[in-house]
Design a protein around this ligand. Structure first.
Ligand code: ARG
Ligand code: GLU
Length: 672
């Protein structure tokens, strides 16, 4: 009896809790949430957030590169995003002589801004529910092509919401002349490095500054010295007042990928099979990359972005496994599914759904595992990729860019480790014969890799041009890509071949059954709004984490011996002299500079660089991370514990002004 009551209680709490600040909402439908947002302190209207007839906040938000968010903060195209979002661009512009990663960079005039080849930003022009048009027989491609023809630099896509129960057209305008204006040194922008990543308390000044350029007609244009700063329809005013516990916050950006509605079998696979495998493989890769980086300053720069990328998900997955176990997500979902099945039992269209889904997971799990194994071991190896690119006739500029950050011996070590792991972990009967033969011929995985790395013309930029299809690295790449199970590739566990199709009806059924639950579409790198408030949380029994950090914490972590905690001298000096100018405030009991803050906004990867906006529509921070207790929120959001981490805009202004000496940039912002 007691047990039954506890289960019921837990179930009730599950649905109640998800009423809190969970949810990533489509901006064009935000009017349905406005009442709640206003009750939490939002002062503007739905049309201020999204409007197709007038400038609205959406016109100040961009998709930055392939998977981050940025925001416009001046009438002259000035853009803020995270340091880690600009990282690739900053690294590409860096060399041992001009090491902008280590020392930072500040353009002192427009002429000094650095063009970033290949970097683009995209504005959402409009979105439209096209479910009806598609159902009426209009062709997908025709809708997309017509939208893309509407203007210069336009492109469009149709994305499923609620697993295909709804389809939306998204029309974007892409700008490809984007220039680096400034970045703090890594000792600010990546302060705490991978050690502090996904962790609170946090002291990272994770921001960088770019400018969007356009042709003289203010339209997208390829890079040209004649281009002029883009005049956005809207830019965000910046609040210099700051935020404190309880203040309303909203985040506007491009979350990439969540899977909140997957069934228990999928969560079980994530926590007990997939994440553990990927963590183990990446531990091996990181050990090799870190050792190389420690051995040589050139390698440290060459592998900096790769290390950060590999380490980021590696660490997140560790937190995710802990979070899923702590929340008991698998058991909670099993219980939820049991109750759903009882409801569905007498509804013929839904009765067999869960069984079909379970059977499909049982059929597909090994296939997906195999796809993930390739993706984490053989596919990322760079020498074979170089060979493939050269054979495909990639231009010498592109090739040069890859070689700039390539080290044959580091890649050889990675290849040895990853081929051995692949051989060890590949499911019975799934080892490609062509690969087995080659390993066999050379005697061992190591000997085969040595043969490839000793003999391939792709080993250097000078020799690669002479490459032919029988080059050993090209041959290896072909064997790998021929056998790579791309048909099982999926963005997450709701998207697997043969399973995906069940989720549409499943979600439809859930919506009919679970009327209290606020359903929002899973993140899919389309523009979303999430809202909440600035808040601390209880990290562990008796251990409360405050919602903000200050410069004091940076100084407390200062350690010149440790790369990630070597505070720049300029910050030490400012602290010693208490020389904060207008940026000093009384916080946490002392006069200091605010650095980062926590809020309850529901975010995901892709929300990096997203503006955190207060109730009056002003920029108060830039989102860059979640806490260790939040890493499972792509699977289950826990409103009690989940917090996103932002860099306080006052710290951004302080660093630009007092550390970067680029106070002229503040003049073009709208400071309030
Ligand atoms: N965890 C943040 C995100 O998911 C920041 C990643 C970059 N920082 C790093 N130290 N690797 O992207
Ligand atoms: N750092 C993440 C990103 O690059 C955002 C934080 C998160 O995943 O919550 O998108």
């Amino acid at each position: 009896m007691m047990k039954k009551m506890l289960v019921l209680l837990a179930a009730a709490m599950f649905s109640l809790e998800s009423m809190a600040d969970e949810g990533m909402w489509l901006p064009s439908l935000i009017s349905s949430r406005i009442k709640e947002m206003r009750s939490k302190g939002f002062r503007l209207t739905a049309k201020d957030i999204y409007d197709i007839n007038k400038a609205s906040l959406k016109d100040a938000v961009v998709l930055f590169g392939g998977g981050c968010t940025g925001e416009l903060v001046s009438a002259e195209g000035l853009l803020l995003t995270n340091h880690h979002c600009g990282y690739d661009a900053i690294q590409r512009l860096s060399s041992v002589e001009h090491d902008y990663l280590t020392y930072g960079f500040w353009a002192m005039s427009r002429a000094e801004e650095l063009p970033c080849e290949g970097l683009t930003v995209s504005f959402l022009v409009r979105m439209e529910d096209v479910t009806g048009r598609l159902a009426a027989g209009e062709e997908r491609k025709a809708i997309i092509d017509a939208a893309a023809a509407e203007g210069k630099g336009y492109y469009a896509s149709i994305e499923d919401m609620y697993y295909g129960n709804q389809q939306f057209l998204f029309v974007y305008r892409r700008f490809s002349d984007v220039r680096l204006v400034g970045t703090p040194p890594s000792s600010i922008g990546k302060f705490g490095g991978d050690t502090d990543n996904w962790i609170w308390p946090r002291h990272t000044g994770d921001f960088s500054v770019f400018r969007v350029y356009a042709g003289k007609d203010n339209q997208p244009a390829a890079y040209s010295p004649d281009n002029v700063p883009y005049k956005p329809a809207r830019h965000l005013p910046v609040s210099t007042k700051g935020v404190g516990e309880g203040d309303f916050t909203m985040i506007y950006g491009f979350p990439g990928n969540t899977q909140e509605y997957v069934i228990s079998d999928a969560v079980d696979y994530i926590a007990n099979v997939s994440d553990p495998m990927k963590i183990a493989l990446r531990t091996k890769r990181l050990d090799i990359i870190s050792a190389a980086q420690a051995s040589d300053p050139k390698l440290r720069i060459q592998y900096a972005a790769k290390h950060a990328a590999v380490a980021n998900a590696w660490k997140k997955w560790q937190g995710e496994v802990l979070g899923i176990k702590r929340l008991g997500t698998v058991d909670k979902k099993r219980d939820y599914e049991r109750r759903f099945a009882a409801w569905a039992a007498d509804k013929p269209q839904y009765a067999g759904l869960l069984d079909s889904m379970r059977a499909a997971y049982a059929r597909q799990e090994e296939n997906y595992y195999l796809y993930e194994l390739y993706a984490e071991t053989l596919m990322p190896l760079e020498l074979p990729q170089m060979a493939e690119r050269a054979l495909k006739g990639q231009g010498s500029n592109t090739m040069a860019r890859y070689y700039k950050d390539f080290d044959l011996e580091t890649d050889r070590a990675l290849a040895k480790a990853m081929l051995a792991e692949f051989e060890k972990r590949v499911p019975d009967g799934r080892m490609p014969q062509a690969l087995a033969e080659r390993i066999e011929r050379h005697g061992s995985t190591d000997a085969y890799i040595d043969y490839i790395y000793d003999n391939s013309l792709a080993g250097s930029e000078e020799s690669v041009a002479g490459i032919t299809a029988d080059d050993p690295a090209a041959d290896f790449r072909k064997v790998v890509t021929d056998n790579y199970p791309r048909e099982y590739r999926a963005r997450n566990l709701s998207d697997l071949k043969d399973i995906k199709r069940w989720y549409g009806p499943y979600l439809k059924a859930l919506m009919e059954w679970d009327k209290e639950r606020p359903f929002y579409p899973d993140a899919n790198l389309t523009l979303r709004v999430a809202y909440g408030s600035v808040a601390g949380y209880e990290y562990a029994d008796g251990e409360y984490h405050r919602c903000n950090t200050t410069l004091e914490g940076i100084i407390a972590k200062d350690n010149p011996e440790i790369y990630d905690y070597d505070v720049p001298q300029a910050l030490r000096d400012a602290w010693a002299a208490k020389d904060y100018g207008r940026w000093g405030v009384e916080l946490n009991g002392h006069m200091s500079v605010p650095v980062c803050f926590l809020a309850t906004n529901h975010t995901s990867g892709g929300n990096s660089g997203s503006p955190i906006i207060n109730g009056r529509g002003e920029l108060v921070g830039i989102n860059f991370d979640r806490t260790w207790r939040s890493t499972m929120s792509d699977v289950e959001f826990d409103p009690e514990k989940c917090r996103n981490i932002s860099v306080d805009i006052r710290y951004v202004l302080f660093v630009i002004d007092r550390i970067g000496g680029a106070s002229y940039l503040l003049d073009e912002m709208t400071l309030r």
